[in-house]
Ligand binder design. Structure first.
Ligand SMILES: [Zn+2]
Length: 96
């Protein structure tokens, strides 16, 4: 017999890494998504090259953030060009 064990794993929202503003959200991994964004300091050079490249060679960063943080940040048009949700998967489960 297999017992389903509830996991009490919690994760911290990583949007602070993205925005520079600390985020206090902590919760279930299922309430988070993984966002890939281009750090601001790299945007100008990608703009100049007219080529954003692809992760991870282009310097893009992936962070796990709470869904509403992702929605809020991706509402910004300037951000949409450089950031997108890549999936709900576990960061540590990403295979190279
Ligand atoms: Zn957040």
């Amino acid at each position: 017999m297999i017992l389903a064990t509830a996991t009490h794993e919690t994760v911290r929202c990583g949007c602070g890494e993205w925005t520079g503003e600390r985020c206090e959200w902590v919760g279930a991994p299922s309430d988070t998504v993984v966002v890939e964004y281009m750090p601001a300091y790299l945007r100008a050079s990608h703009e100049a090259a007219k080529n954003h490249g692809s992760y991870p060679a282009n310097g893009a960063v992936r962070v796990r953030v709470e869904r509403s943080c992702a929605d809020m940040l991706l509402e910004d048009e300037g951000e949409q060009e450089w950031s997108h949700i890549v999936g709900p998967f576990e960061l540590k489960a990403v295979r190279s």
